[in-house]
Design a protein around this ligand. Structure first.
Ligand code: E4P
Length: 214
């Protein structure tokens, strides 16, 4: 599973990018709003840090408006992916953009059938929301597993981005369920990195080393 970071905070992106582990970024209007900065400037800065797909979400609710926004956003950089919500207008916009070779990420996917529709409309990526499904007492990872199997059986090349990841366990489960990509918040990257036995192991190695050379 490839790793994307799910944030619009450029400091977080810079730090995790410096580890050499991320191959893309996803944002959404809530994450952009949290930064209190100009949308296009943020996307431009992110695309200068990460050389992989950067999802920037449209806010129009009609297909025409979505396509218009998309055509502006793709001017920012050649790695912009247009994030579009899973609605009938969204699907229309995806199919128009696919014909123009513009990549899209259909977001707010909560069922395998929504995933199939998005894929058939020509989406490059679909984003099932694991955490939000778990929040309502259903199994988010099971959705990823079902979609991965369905896409595999039918040779659908739309990639699955496991989104709304809330914990390191979600990352493990999404990767074992066959997700192509996991988009992970900064906090979860830090949780994945750290382990108390690594810390105590380093302290032990260094203290043994110090004792030996004295
Ligand atoms: C990413 O594509 C989504 O916008 C994001 O993962 C949503 O996460 P949340 O459910 O924690 O807001």
């Amino acid at each position: 599973m490839r790793l994307f970071i799910d944030t619009a905070n450029v400091d977080e992106i810079r730090e995790v990018a410096s580890w050499g582990v991320i191959s893309g970024v996803t944002t959404n209007p809530s994450l952009i709003a949290k930064e209190g900065r100009d949308f296009k400037q943020v996307i431009e800065e992110i695309s200068s840090i990460v050389n992989g797909p950067i999802s920037a979400e449209v806010i129009s609710e009609d297909a025409e408006g979505m396509v218009e926004e998309a055509l502006e956003l793709v001017k920012i950089s050649n790695n912009i992916v247009i994030k579009i919500p899973m609605t009938s207008e969204g699907l229309k916009a995806v199919s128009v953009l696919a014909k123009k070779d513009i990549k899209t990420n259909v977001t707010l996917i909560f069922s395998p059938l929504q995933g199939l529709l998005a894929a058939r409309a020509g989406a490059s990526y679909v984003s099932p929301f694991i955490g939000r499904i778990d929040d309502i007492g259903t199994d988010g990872v099971a959705l990823v597993e079902q979609m991965a199997e369905m896409f595999n059986i039918h040779n659908i090349d739309t990639e699955i981005i496991a989104a709304s990841i809330r914990s390191p366990k979600h990352v493990i489960d999404a990767s074992m369920a066959g997700s192509d990509i996991g988009t992970i918040p900064y906090k979860v990257f830090k949780q994945m990195l750290n382990h108390p036995l690594t810390d105590s192991g380093i302290r032990q190695f260094l203290s043994d080393w110090e004792k030996a050379i004295k």
